[in-house]
Design a protein around this ligand. Sequence first.
Ligand code: NAD
Length: 311
Amino acid sequence: MPRAIVTGAAGFLGSHLCTKLVSNGWDVVGYDNLLTGDMDNLVHLERQERFSFVRHDVTEYINVDGDVDWVLHWASPASPIDYLQFPIQTMKVGSLGTWRALGVAKDKGAGFVLASTSEVYGDPQVHPQPESYWGHVNPVGPRGVYDEAKRYAEALSMAYQRQHGVRVKLVRIFNTYGPRMRRQDGRAVPTFMDQALGGLPLTVHGDGSQTRSLCYVDDLIEGIWRFVNSDLTGPVNIGNPREISVRELAEMVARIANSDSEVVFGERPIDDPEVRCPDISLAQNKLGWEPQVALENGLARTIDWARSAWF
Ligand SMILES: NC(=O)c1ccc[n+]([C@@H]2O[C@H](COP(=O)([O-])OP(=O)(O)OC[C@H]3O[C@@H](n4cnc5c(N)ncnc54)[C@H](O)[C@@H]3O)[C@@H](O)[C@H]2O)c1
């Protein structure tokens, strides 16, 4: 069975990814420095023989014993409040961390999968966003640290493919939600859930007409699993193309949580994207993948989880 290393293993998506790989019989070594991750996310894997964990900052040399078939590079702050709090760490893990992880793949003759992001499209002028769109990013704005780190990571990965023949795969992940998101992570879904369940007003940025497309975590992980096991190199968009305004999202969360909290409107963050929606034709055609979990159902599952995990 393949052996993989997963950076960012203790994070929201990294922990779900490790679970998927281990449950399919893979051996997995998770690396994480716990900057934004939490060991609680890996509790269910503690007793698994096929899983082990190394606390390590992947911007430093990554020492791995034995053979490695895949390096899955998931380490990076991903929530705007995290990358605004840790701008230099975000740029370092996207640059040095990607370089170290690619070094492991080159050294071990392993495949390399980069967790890239829809943020490489910035505040997009093409809608929905196909993989061929080059993006519209403000490099000097506060969000630039994340967007440009990921754009650099994509370019560096392609350089390793061209110069060293590393088998590189790029996946552009769109907004994902589900169990194990942090209560204070600042993204719309956990914020609205926390407010709705706590009986507080739901705070929408601006007038809430900006749109988001939200993918349930199980759908996302299934898409990544198919991508890893395919011949496709990407970049490939994985996300849910159902678009919803942030205001509608707040109202939907309140309804599903049976909350009578009101929706209030506040200031809009700088460079907040106006629209966000993946064109997933490539994933549909080449991976036979599309999301299966309707937003209402995914939110209901996540709210059930949050009720017991947070309150
Ligand atoms: N969640 C989303 O909607 C989304 C969307 C697009 C892309 N992504 C990408 O997916 C990946 C995971 O995102 P997430 O939502 O799980 O975020 P997360 O913050 O929950 O997880 C990131 C993990 O990386 C770890 N990390 C950060 N810097 C590190 C370093 N230098 N060395 C070792 N570990 C380090 C953190 O401690 C954390 O456990 C990120 O690369 C992110 O850019 C996520």
